[in-house]
Design a protein around this ligand. Structure first.
Ligand code: PGA
Length: 252
């Protein structure tokens, strides 16, 4: 049995003060939820504060990007040892905003994923097609490329440790979700891609859905056979909405 993961992606929202306030309000609300893992992906400057204020709780604290080299001439980048030094637990990589707006490529992800994993960070690798790719029937081709490249340098026995978030780009921040049929088809396809490397590892893989997941659609999406949780953007900034999604996960 795979424990579902509900991860909030705060994106570029939250000064240290705002992040501390949000986490202080979130922690008591999630303290009793069972059979679900919960994490938040926090802006770099607020990571230390959120790690400190959630220490000893069940909340995972993740970064939103990482470089693959431990150090070097990479202005503006943050390395794996910089994250582990402050006890960050994981990182989300390959988000479509980073791919589309900041030029992150599958080749970068091929290096980032194993670098983060081998240092003990949990990794959420995001994949997903554009609206145009879906309309042209290119969804599977796109997903195959992203999943295969992103996992290429991950050792077989670690494949199941990589969380993969399927996020159709047309559903991110738009209020438009994939239908349960579309979501299940893509999630199952992603799992099958992992199974091409190892069936056993694919059974361990947690595949999340992301893209306008809200309290009113979460239960239906989380109940899909291949859905092991959600990556939540907008609704993760609202503690009541995020909590409602966390509570929906074990029910689904
Ligand atoms: P959204 O964002 O929930 O606001 O659609 C999801 C994401 O970008 O991970």
């Amino acid at each position: 049995m795979r424990t579902p993961l509900i991860a909030g992606n705060w994106k570029m929202h939250g000064t240290i003060a705002e992040s501390e306030e949000r986490v202080a309000s979130l922690l008591p609300r999630i303290s009793t939820a069972e059979h679900v893992d919960v994490a938040v992906c926090v802006p770099f400057t607020a990571l230390q504060a959120v790690v400190d204020s959630s220490r000893g709780s069940r909340l995972g604290v993740f970064a939103q990007n990482v470089h693959w080299e431990p150090q070097g001439p990479y202005t503006g980048e943050i390395s794996v040892p910089m994250l582990t030094e402050i006890e960050v637990g994981g990182v989300v990589v390959g988000h479509s905003e980073r791919r589309q707006l900041f030029g992150e490529t599958d080749k970068h992800l091929q290096l980032k994923v194993p670098a983060a994993l081998s240092a003990g960070l949990q990794v959420i690798l995001c994949v997903g097609e554009t609206e145009e790719e879906r309309e042209n029937g290119d969804t599977e081709r796109r997903l195959r490329h992203q999943v295969q490249e992103g996992l290429e340098k991950v050792e077989t026995d670690r494949l199941g440790d990589v969380v993969i978030a399927y996020e159709p780009i047309w559903a991110i921040g738009t209020g438009q979700t994939a239908t349960p049929e579309q979501a299940q088809e893509a999630l199952a396809f992603v799992r099958a891609l992992v199974a091409d490397r190892s069936k056993e590892q694919a059974e361990r893989s947690r595949i999340l859905y992301g893209g306008s997941m809200k309290p009113d659609n979460a239960e239906e999406l989380l109940a899909l056979p291949d859905c092991d949780g959600g990556l939540i953007g907008g609704a993760s900034l609202d503690v009541a909405q995020f909590t409602a999604i966390v509570e929906a996960a074990p029910r689904a």
